[in-house]
Design a protein around this ligand. Structure first.
Ligand code: GLC
Ligand code: CA
Length: 508
């Protein structure tokens, strides 16, 4: 079993998208003092860990994933002192904080890049991936003719995000450097230096952006895995408690590389999308989904990682449609029963706990494009600006629907989605079998259909979860007797699982 910070055995994460959570100074953009003022809310919901999206200085061509200065808080969010206070206030509430690390690329406005694009050789000439001549492109999309330097430079995501140089596993051109070349190793050291900076300030770890993308032309990610092992060795030596979660989407690879956790993602293998986001998701009333698409992939990852790392199934994130798209409140309660009773660490995207909606048709804001609709201001109270901001003009328009959900209203309604999520988190905290490391075993493994039944087990405790998102009842053979710890939409009676229901049963 891999060493892991103890708190990861039972962490429930809340993802804060800083620009959309709470504005404290009326400029229409969320900020760190605002986030601090809402820590009590997150704690009350029951989450004991937080992932904060990038809060660094940036021209915001990709919402802050285009970092201009890794060691400076974006002035619109506050100051480094505010960040330090955020860590302190979170810790005071027994919460841990992961911040976003973007090691694959910077903004074109980063000083490393400005130095790198100069014609004269300097310390940063090989910090990014450049060809030898402007007439030769990189194998990746690239920028050309942007400065006096004679070469093209590879980009990692948008055109304003040049790829940092960690080398090529397979080299076919003279300008491709080995992963252990001095320049590629210098890039690693520069990122380790960034990590030290934030860990010293109080961060508990990192969510690593595009973690699989660092070494180029790397079949099977062998060199990328070796690179992350090197990062883990550095952490084990200097910051052994630093927690790491990757945006990789292939847990067996990420965990081999030393990450504690990896996300299932909306890109890469189809398993995750088959749950919530595809033509016929499993979690839908129509009941035309196929849980096998998820289960086959999940079980393979689970078997090869169990005990060594966690597979994280997020409710959503800033890159995908909101979970609520196409679902009503009951559907969402069923989704959350699943999300909060699976092993691994659950991640709740801000606002999903009240069913905030995906806003269609918005003009792109700060490189959001179709993602913009999932990034709208948090809806705290039923009033103009939703208690998010005093400004009538928020940087992304807020949901203008008369029935837009709010925290305030859902707190008053005992059976709301908010209270259901809160109850499920509390249940998880009470029962080791439901926690991150508890064993997972699907029942009905042969006949992958509705309902989904699985068993969780730890420390002599056995819990059965029965989930039927379809709006038709189903007969099951499995023994569903026991003490009902939670249910929504009814419980299993005489082998009949009600339509649109979910329940959690403690076995004797
Ligand atoms: C990740 C982030 C996404 C960003 C991209 C480039 O996928 O989650 O928001 O645009 O990387 O950094
Ligand atoms: Ca603000």
């Amino acid at each position: 079993m891999r060493k892991m910070p103890k708190w990861l055995q039972n962490a429930v994460f809340y993802e804060i998208y800083p620009q959309s959570f709470q504005d404290s100074n009326g400029d229409g953009i969320g900020d760190i003092p605002g986030m601090i003022s809402r820590l009590d809310y997150i704690q009350e919901l029951g989450c004991n860990a937080i992932w904060v999206n990038p809060w660094y200085d940036s021209p915001f061509a990709d919402a802050g994933y285009d970092v201009r200065n890794y060691k400076l808080i974006a002035p619109r969010y506050g100051t480094n002192a505010d960040a330090k206070r955020f860590f302190k206030e979170a810790h005071r509430r027994g919460m841990h904080v992961l911040i976003d690390l973007v090691p694959g690329h910077t903004s074109i406005e980063h000083e490393w890049f400005r130095a790198s694009e100069r014609a004269e050789r300097n310390e940063f000439s090989d910090r990014y991936i450049w060809t030898d001549s402007i007439w030769e492109s990189t194998d990746l999309p690239c920028l050309r003719g942007i400065s006096d330097r004679d070469g093209s430079v590879a980009v990692n995501f948008f055109s304003t995000q040049p790829a940092l140089n960690y080398g090529y596993a397979k080299r076919t051109r003279p300008w491709m450097m080995p992963p252990d070349s001095a320049a590629a190793l210098a890039t690693r050291e520069a990122i380790k230096d960034v990590m030290r900076f934030w860990l010293d300030m109080g961060a508990d770890g990192f969510r690593v952006d595009m973690a699989a993308s660092l070494v180029k032309a790397d079949d099977g990610w062998r060199q990328t895995i070796a690179l992350w092992k090197d990062f883990r060795a550095f952490l084990d030596k200097e910051y052994p408690d630093c927690a790491m979660v990757s945006e990789w989407g292939v847990p067996e690879k990420a965990i081999e590389g030393g990450f504690h956790m990896d996300f299932l993602l909306h890109f890469g293998p189809e398993g995750y999308n088959s749950l919530f986001r595809c033509a016929h998701p499993f979690f839908a009333k129509e009941g035309k989904g196929n849980i096998a698409l998820f289960m086959k992939q999940y079980l393979a990852s689970y078997r090869s990682t169990a005990g060594n790392g966690l597979i994280c199934i997020p409710s959503g994130n800033h890159d995908m449609d909101r979970l609520s798209a196409g679902r009503d409140e009951q559907d969402l309660k069923i989704c959350f029963t699943f999300l909060l009773t699976m092993c691994g660490a659950p991640y709740i995207y801000y606002g999903d706990e009240i069913g905030m909606r995906y806003l269609r048709g918005l003009t792109s804001v700060e490189g959001g494009y179709s993602r913009t609709g999932s990034r709208s201001p948090m809806q705290w109270e039923k009033k103009p600006g939703y208690g998010f901001s005093d400004s009538p003009r928020t940087y992304i328009p807020a949901d203008n629907g008369a029935d837009a959900p709010t925290v305030e209203e859902q707190k008053k309604e005992p059976d709301s989605l908010y209270h259901t999520v809160k109850k499920l988190i509390a249940l998880r905290m009470e029962h080791p079998a439901l926690q991150s490391m508890g064993e997972f075993k699907p029942i009905l493994a042969k006949k992958y259909t509705y309902p989904l039944i699985y068993q969780r087990r730890a420390r002599g405790e056995r819990i059965l979860v029965v989930i039927n998102p379809a709006d038709r009842e189903v007969q099951v053979k499995a023994d569903c007797s026991g003490q009902v710890l939670f249910s929504t939409g009814g419980t299993v009676q005489n082998g009949i699982v009600p339509a649109c229901s979910a329940c959690v049963i403690l076995k004797k």
